[in-house]
Design a protein around this ligand. Sequence first.
Ligand code: ATP
Length: 134
Amino acid sequence: MKTLQVNIVTPDGPVLEAEANMVIATTEAGEIGVLPGHVAMVAPLQIGALRVQIDNETKLIAVHGGFIEVRPDVVTVLAASAEKAETIDLARAKIAEKRAKAILEVEKNAKELALAELELKRAINRIRVGEGNF
Ligand code: ATP
């Protein structure tokens, strides 16, 4: 069976390097499924889960923005942060969720509100991916 080389890279280093059968990602324009031989493209990603199918197993990776670049046999994801489900610290994500919600309740500054919205989205994403709710 044909495979795709999948590389997920962040400023902290590589998060995943694997040969996969399929990748499902949530771009700003919606969900895309990438199989080997896919047409080349680049798309911005939403905060969401990347699903990487390796043999009969689907690996979930929390991805926080960034880009996906697809070539027929390589998928590269560049993101500010990304974590495999099994490396997510759920307690930390729940603290981050509470902190963001507390800021959203009292903050008036538009920029601070926007930052807190993003922090909340990252925290909720980590909790969902860490708990396998995708
Ligand atoms: P926090 O407020 O908990 O730091 P954050 O959303 O501000 O969360 P980021 O700036 O997205 O964190 O990431 C900073 C670094 O910490 C990255 O390397 C990211 O992978 C890691 N990270 C953040 N939260 C978690 C978590 N809950 N579990 C594992 N790694 C995490």
